[in-house]
Design a protein around this ligand. Structure first.
Ligand code: MSP
Length: 491
C-alpha cells in the first residue's frame, strides 16, 4: 500500500482513538501532537490543528451488509441536570468499544440517550422555572453537545419523550399484562426519589439516608401495580448459570441480589414506572429515524443488545429486572451487562445529587477531547472506582500522549516530509518483512485486541503505548535519518 502523507505539525492528539479509521472511508486522518507543558499552558489554544492523510485499503474488511451486528448501549441519562464527568465516563468507554468493534468489521449500533420521565426531572424543571418539556430539551441538547465535543460516535440518540418510544412502551407493557405478570397491591416503604426506587431499610444510613445520595428517603404508600418478578426467578438463575459472562466484571455478580416485586403502575392516574419506561429506550432506539415503529419492527432492527454498559449503581435493574421483563414479553435477553465503577472525588461518587462533579466541558476545552478520553480509559481500571487528580491528568497525558505517541509521529512524519516529499513510495507491509519491530508490533496489536475483547480498556491502552515505546526505541537504535544523509552524499 503506497500512501501519500500530507504532513504538518499540529497540537492535538487522537492516535489512540480508533474511529479515525472508518471502515468505509477512503482516507484516514492522523492528528499528531506536541508536548503539553507541565505548567498547564496547553498549546491547544495557541496553534491551529492540521492533518496528514493517507489512503487506506478496505479490501480485507467485511462489507457492512454482511457484517455481524454489535449493539452497544450506554445508560439513558437523567436530564435533571447537565452531564458531568461521571456521565461522560460511561459514554467514552462505550465509544472506545464501539470503535474497536467497527475495526473488527462489525456493523455497530451504538445507542445512547436521555431518560426524561420521573419525579426528579419534573422537580428540576420547576426549580429552573421551565416546563418539563423545555427543561428536557435544554438538558438533552447539553448531552448531545458534550458527545460531539468528546467525539462520541453514537449511531442512535433516544429520548424517552420521543413519541415513537411511547408507542413501544405501551405495546411491551400490554404483552406483559396479557401474560398475567402485573398485579395490583398496596406498597409502603422508604423511597429514594433520586434513585427512583424503594429501598430496603437495611441498606440505609442514619436518618434513613440513601447511601448513594446522602438524602433521606421518604415514607411512601402507593396503590400500585407490581411486576411478578418471582415468576422468573428460576429462569433468571438458569440464565446466570448458562451464561457465566452475562454480568461483568465477574465480581459484580454478588451485587445482583434479587428482591421479588417491582411496582409497575398501569392506570392513567399514574405514569408507567420510570425504569420500565427507560429500559425500553434501548429497544425503541433501534427503529429507523422517521418510522413510527411497532415493537416487532424495532426488535428486528438489532435486538438483542450485545452489551449494556452501565455504572454499578444500576446493575440490578439491568441484570435482574430488565431480563425478567424481557422474558415476560417473550424477547431475547441482552448478551452481556458490564457494570463499571465510579469516578469519585474524595472517595465519594461524583454526582449531580452530591454536587461534587467535575466539569467535562472545561476539561475538553482546556486539554482537548483525546486527552480527556485517554486519561479516563487508561487511568481508571475498567470495572473499579477511580479518583481524579489534575496533577495526575497532566502527567499522564504529557508522558503517554505527547512524549511517546506524539513524539513518534512527529519524528516519523518529519522524516518523510524532509526526505520523501511526504510520500511513502513503498508498500510498508512488504518493506517491514523480517524486521523485528514488525513482529513486536504485531504481537502488541494482538495483545491490545484481546484486552479490548475482554473490556480491559486500561490494559488495551497500555499495549498501544508499548507500540509507541517500541517505535521510539527503533528510531533511536536505527537512526533512519542517517540513511537519507548517506544517500544524499552519494548524489
Ligand atoms: N436514567 C437512569 C438510567 C436508565 S438506563 C435505561 C440513570 N441515569 S443517571 O444519569 O443517574 O446515571 C446514569 C449513569 O451515569 C450511571 O449508571 C453511570 O453509568 C454514570 N455515572 C453517573 N455518575 C457516575 C460516576 N460518578 N462515575 C461513573 N459513572 C457514573 O441512572
Amino acid at each position: 500500500m503506497a500512501a501519500r502523507i500530507n504532513y504538518s505539525v499540529q497540537n492535538t492528539l487522537c492516535l489512540l482513538n480508533p474511529l479515525n479509521y472508518s471502515v468505509n472511508a477512503k482516507t484516514t486522518h492522523f492528528k499528531t501532537g506536541l508536548n503539553f507543558s507541565k505548567n498547564l499552558i496547553f498549546p491547544r489554544k495557541l496553534k491551529r490543528p492540521t492533518f496528514c492523510t493517507c489512503a487506506v485499503s478496505n479490501n480485507d474488511r467485511q462489507s457492512s451488509e454482511a457484517a455481524e451486528t454489535f449493539v452497544l448501549t450506554t445508560p439513558l441519562y437523567y436530564v435533571n441536570a447537565p452531564p458531568h464527568m461521571g456521565s461522560a465516563y460511561t459514554t467514552i468507554a462505550a465509544d472506545a468499544i464501539a470503535r474497536f468493534q467497527r475495526l473488527l468489521g462489525k456493523k455497530v449500533i451504538f445507542v445512547t440517550g436521555t431518560d426524561e420521565h420521573g419525579e426528579k426531572i419534573a422537580a428540576a424543571a420547576a426549580v429552573a422555572g421551565s416546563t418539563p418539556s423545555q427543561h428536557c430539551d435544554v438538558i438533552s441538547q447539553a448531552y448531545k453537545t458534550l458527545w460531539k465535543d468528546l467525539e462520541i460516535s453514537h449511531d442512535k440518540f433516544i429520548r424517552t419523550t420521543d413519541p415513537k418510544h411511547e408507542g413501544i412502551v405501551k405495546e411491551f407493557y400490554s404483552r406483559v399484562l396479557d401474560k398475567g405478570d402485573i398485579y395490583r397491591a398496596d406498597y409502603e416503604g422508604l423511597y429514594c426519589v433520586n434513585c427512583e426506587e424503594y429501598k430496603d431499610e437495611k441498606e440505609l444510613l442514619d436518618n434513613n439516608c440513601c447511601p448513594m445520595h446522602l438524602k433521606p428517603c421518604i415514607e411512601r404508600k402507593e396503590d400500585n401495580y407490581f411486576f411478578a418478578l418471582s415468576k422468573y426467578q428460576k429462569q433468571l438463575e438458569e440464565n446466570l448459570t448458562q451464561n457465566p459472562n452475562f454480568v461483568q466484571p465477574p465480581f459484580r455478580l454478588n451485587e445482583v441480589q434479587m428482591d421479588w416485586g417491582i411496582p409497575v403502575p398501569n392506570d392513567n392516574k399514574q405514569t408507567i414506572y420510570v425504569w420500565f419506561d427507560a429500559l425500553l429506550g434501548y429497544i425503541s432506539a433501534l427503529s429507523a429515524e422517521k418510522e413510527q415503529p411497532d415493537l416487532q419492527t424495532a426488535v428486528s432492527s438489532g435486538w438483542p443488545a450485545s452489551l449494556h454498559l452501565i455504572g454499578k449503581d444500576i446493575l440490578r435493574f439491568h441484570a435482574v429486572y430488565w431480563p425478567a421483563m424481557l422474558m415476560s414479553a417473550g424477547l431475547d435477553l441482552p448478551k452481556k451487562v458490564f457494570g463499571h465503577g465510579f469516578l469519585t472525588k474524595d472517595g465519594m461518587k461524583m454526582g449531580k445529587s452530591l454536587g461534587n462533579t467535575l466539569e467535562p466541558n472545561e476539561l475538553v476545552h482546556n486539554f482537548g477531547s483525546d486527552a480527556v478520553r485517554y486519561f479516563f480509559l487508561r487511568e481508571v481500571e475498567f470495572g473499579s472506582d477511580g479518583d481524579y487528580s489534575e496533577e495526575r491528568f497532566i502527567n499522564i497525558v504529557n508522558a503517554h500522549l505527547a512524549n511517546t505517541i506524539g513524539n513518534l509521529l512527529n519524528r516519523t512524519l518529519g522524516l518523510l516530509k524532509k526526505n520523501c516529499q511526504s510520500t511513502l513510495v513503498v508498500d510498508s507491509a512488504v518493506a517491514a518483512e523480517g524486521n523485528a519491530l514488525k513482529d513486536a508490533v504485531e504481537k502488541l496489536v494482538e495483545k491490545a485486541r484481546i484486552h479490548y475483547e475482554n473490556l480491559s480498556l486500561s490494559s488495551a491502552c497500555e499495549a498501544v503505548l508499548e507500540i509507541g515505546n517500541a517505535g521510539n526505541a527503533y528510531m533511536d537504535e536505527n537512526a533512519p535519518w542517517t540513511q537519507f544523509q548517506a544517500r544524499r552524499c552519494c548524489f
